[in-house]
Design a protein. Structure first.
Length: 307
């Protein structure tokens, strides 16, 4: 049975992923900053186990800390009978939506540290392990999964401090998905693009989210962490490179796919042609809402700010 390491697994999507993979028979290592929350989460993960001989572990770590990943992978490998994890899924992330001129640059830097560098540090550490000259060549691939966001496919006002970190993951994944082809080891890269998740993170996000952002997102699909985890796992089991979790995310993926790997060359190519036409109407609607909001409420400096 595979061993899966999951960051950001003490709540929300990460915890749902851990429970659902445990229900499929995997050994699970969950990672988050809070040891107390991890201990509580581990109880729920163990309760989801498929078999009595599965193994479970938790390791506290702050993904925003430079060089956090090598000691984390070393600890996970030691616990896993000196075998590195078979699957690493980076879920940990944070979002503090604000208009660009309202935010402080520290906010953008922090979100980049968690969302991008947290993934990049882990990717660097685990790929050095999986792709080392002495690493075994196996028929069953290793899987590195990054969790981005649909704002990396198309962003809207309010996400200037968040979207860059998620867009950057696309660039990292597109590069790594090609680099791993040079090695004899069997390693696959994937990116998951969730939308609105009804989680504690969304509750924190909404405390500071600009009103215009809420207006544009109002009609977006909203999913529970369990629904997002299930859709993500299904896409990964299909072997998808870019994994979307609802119809809107898939349309957005088709609209920006460019030179990235296709999940299906025929379907994705035809879909991208159709979506390019749909975007004419979608942008007309979104841009109309933005201009109407500005006209009604005046200069953004006059808007009331969350306390």
């Amino acid at each position: 049975m595979p061993t899966v390491l999951i960051t950001g697994a003490s709540e929300g999507m990460g915890l749902s992923v851990a429970k659902q993979l445990a229900a499929k028979g995997a050994n699970i290592i969950i990672v988050s900053r809070s040891a107390a929350k991890l201990e509580e989460a581990l109880v729920a993960v163990k309760a989801s186990a498929k078999n009595p001989n599965q193994r479970f572990h938790h390791i506290p770590a702050d993904v925003s800390s430079p060089s956090y990943a090598p000691p984390l992978i070393a600890a996970a490998t030691k616990w896993n009978n000196n075998q590195s994890p078979d699957i690493v899924w980076c879920v940990a992330g944070t979002s503090v939506p604000q208009l660009f001129t309202d935010m402080e640059m520290d906010s953008l830097r922090h979100q980049m540290d968690v969302n991008f560098y947290g993934n990049a540090e882990m990717s660097h550490a685990i790929l050095r392990d999986w792709l080392a000259p002495s690493a075994p060549v196996t028929a069953e691939p290793k899987h590195l999964i990054m969790t981005s966001s649909v704002v990396a496919l198309y962003s809207i006002p309010g996400y200037a401090s968040y979207a860059p970190s998620k867009w950057a993951l696309r660039g990292l994944a597109d590069t790594l998905s090609q680099e791993v082809m040079m090695y004899p080891q069997n390693v696959k890269i994937h990116v998951v693009y969730p939308g609105t998740i009804l989680s504690p993170g969304l509750e924190r996000e909404n405390l500071v989210k600009p009103e215009i952002t809420k207006i544009i997102e109002e009609s977006d699909p909203k999913q529970t962490p369990d629904e997002v985890a299930a859709a993500s796992i299904k896409g990964l089991e299909n072997g998808d490179y870019f994994v979307t979790v609802n119809w809107l995310g898939n349309l957005m993926r088709l609209g920006m796919i460019g030179g990235s790997f296709r999940n299906n060359w025929v379907v994705d190519t035809i879909g991208s042609w159709l979506v390019s036409i749909i975007w004419i109407f979608v942008q007309f609607d979104i841009h109309g809402k933005i201009k109407a909001y500005g006209k009604k409420h005046g200069h953004p400096s006059t808007y009331s700010k969350p306390s």
